[in-house]
Write a protein that binds this ligand. Structure first.
Ligand code: ACO
Length: 329
């Protein structure tokens, strides 16, 4: 393909992976009760829509979850690791401070030589990663990318804080994104507002071999909720405008899976019935950067999202970061 030919990028395969340990609300509530932390299935379901989440075993890292998701996506695309020239991993729970989880994954996959780096945009990380991969493919800098969201959020949860520890889970989702003369990705829209760093953060760092600060997640849930519903609507409208499409053209909305009430509110604002919204939060909890590609893969494998469907992906998370990608699948 000539580098001056206008190129698009399109998703040619999806994959995902959840660790085997499914933890229901009841099981989590019983575990927390042993430490004097009170919660219930009723509270969690009513406020969030979450019924269960998956927790990785202590020795399982984000790259380990990612490698399974990546292999499933490669298989679905009919590609091998050797075909890949770009690997982007979106994660806030990397295996190491450095090198990147993408490099560790590249080694596990055997995709040697492919450019590899991580994106840190918390729950918006997959949308950020997909936008970067799309730009690199359209510019001719890459031809076939693996874009992955992988998280072991269980490692940064404070299991004494019931307002946060019931919300998150572990998992990974992946797509293969390839150069194409047909779209593909129609429009993207990314934003951040660093004034809101403190409403959702893990305020620790490593210095002199010691962890400084607190390496566990802190969240002002109500502040996040209010910001999220506003920015998800504006990002959705921005990509529709850029692509010259309207709400009526959306076949599937796949928002970040944080809370069913945020998803319902976004759907209402976009005048979309809930049966056009892919919902996996009930079974997965909030898997941060993994949630969107996990939900996309579930929807593809369930036969919901089909070739030619117009799909809106939307992320929102710590930073504060947010963004949307509109694509023809
Ligand atoms: N079990 C039982 N009771 C609880 C629990 C729990 N797990 N957690 C909080 N409560 C109690 C509170 O203590 C409070 O009690 P009080 O009234 O006696 O003070 C009561 O429930 C209500 O608490 P609120 O915080 O007002 O509950 P709210 O309805 O706001 O729901 C929630 C909290 C679910 C966190 C909600 O605010 C939310 O979903 N926010 C958005 C979070 C989000 O989307 N985060 C993802 C961003 S992703 C990323 O970037 C990592």
């Amino acid at each position: 393909m000539s580098s001056i030919t206008p190129r698009y990028s399109r998703i040619t395969g999806t994959g995902s992976y959840l660790p085997p340990n499914r933890v229901s609300n009841e099981a989590l509530a019983a575990q927390l009760a042993r430490d004097g932390v009170e919660t219930s299935d009723d509270w969690i379901v009513e406020r969030t829509g979450i019924r269960a989440r998956y927790f990785a075993a202590p020795d399982v890292t984000s790259s380990e979850l990612a490698v399974h998701a990546a292999r499933h996506a490669l298989e679905a695309a009919g590609r091998t690791a050797a075909d890949i020239d770009l690997i982007i991993v979106a994660t806030s729970t990397p295996d190491m401070v450095f090198p990147s989880t993408a490099c560790i994954l590249q080694n596990k996959l055997g995709a040697f030589g492919a450019a590899a780096f991580d994106v840190q945009a918390v729950c918006s990380g997959f949308v950020y990663g997909l936008t970067i991969a799309d730009s690199m493919i359209r510019s001719g800098a890459a031809t076939r990318a693996l874009v992955i969201g992988a998280e072991v959020f269980s490692r940064i949860l404070d299991f004494k804080d019931r307002t946060t520890c019931v919300l998150f889970g572990d998992g990974a989702g992946a797509v293969v994104l390839e150069a194409s003369d047909q779209p593909g990705i129609l429009a993207t829209d990314l934003h951040a507002d660093g004034r809101h760093v403190e409403i959702l953060c893990v305020p620790g760092n490593v210095s002199g071999g010691q962890v400084l600060g607190d390496p566990l997640l802190k969240m002002d849930g109500q502040a996040v909720f209010k910001l999220a519903v506003g920015v998800l609507e504006s990002a959705a409208r921005a990509v529709l405008h850029k692509a010259g499409r309207s709400e009526a053209d959306i076949d599937w909305l796949i928002p970040h899976q944080a809370n069913i009430r945020i998803m319902q509110s976004t759907a209402r604002k976009l005048k979309l019935p809930m049966d056009k919204v892919v919902v996996t939060v009930a079974e997965h909890g909030n898997t941060s950067a993994a949630s969107i590609p996990l939900a996309l893969d579930v929807a593809v494998r369930r036969g919901q999202v089909k070739r030619g469907d117009t799909v809106m992906l939307e992320g929102v998370g710590g930073g504060f970061t947010w963004g949307a990608v509109l694509l023809d699948y």
